[in-house]
Design a protein around this ligand. Structure first.
Ligand SMILES: [Fe+2]
Ligand SMILES: [Fe+2]
Length: 140
């Protein structure tokens, strides 16, 4: 388990979306810190807050990104939307399960979030960059 460090390989060539991805990663890194540094008695409350922050930010970011993809006439928008909803459901489920005591935020759960985030930016989000490039070349 480790931090995510944003570098150019994560860029989707849209400054606003890159900024949002950095913020999203910062929220993840904060969850990572909370996990490592907190006593177990207060862990659930703090992790729930962190996961709520992740959930709210992801929703905000996804909305922005979906509008952007729609402007690009991105052909895989419906599929990409579905993947975004999957992430929201995943985080929502974790929040519910922690609240009801069914689970705790542990290293394997953090790993799932980390892998999802990295994979999503590097694989799914990267796919629309091709359309952004075509789109901007049409403008010139
Ligand atoms: Fe996305
Ligand atoms: Fe994204």
């Amino acid at each position: 388990m480790s931090y995510i460090e944003w570098d150019e390989s994560y860029s989707v060539h849209n400054p606003e979306i890159d900024k949002q991805h950095k913020e999203w990663i910062a929220i993840y890194n904060n969850i990572h810190d909370v996990m490592i540094g907190t006593k177990s008695s207060s862990l659930n409350e703090i992790t729930t807050n962190s996961l709520n922050e992740m959930y709210d930010y992801a929703r905000k970011h996804f909305q922005f990104e979906e509008n952007y993809m729609s402007q690009l006439n991105y052909p895989n928008l419906i599929e990409h939307r579905r993947i975004h909803r999957d992430f929201e459901n995943l985080i929502y489920t974790y929040i519910r399960e922690i609240k009801t005591g069914k689970t705790i935020l542990n290293t394997s759960l953090i790993k799932v979030i980390r892998n999802w985030l990295v994979e999503h930016i590097l694989t799914e989000d990267k796919k629309y960059t091709t359309f952004a490039q075509v789109d901007s070349s049409l403008d010139t």
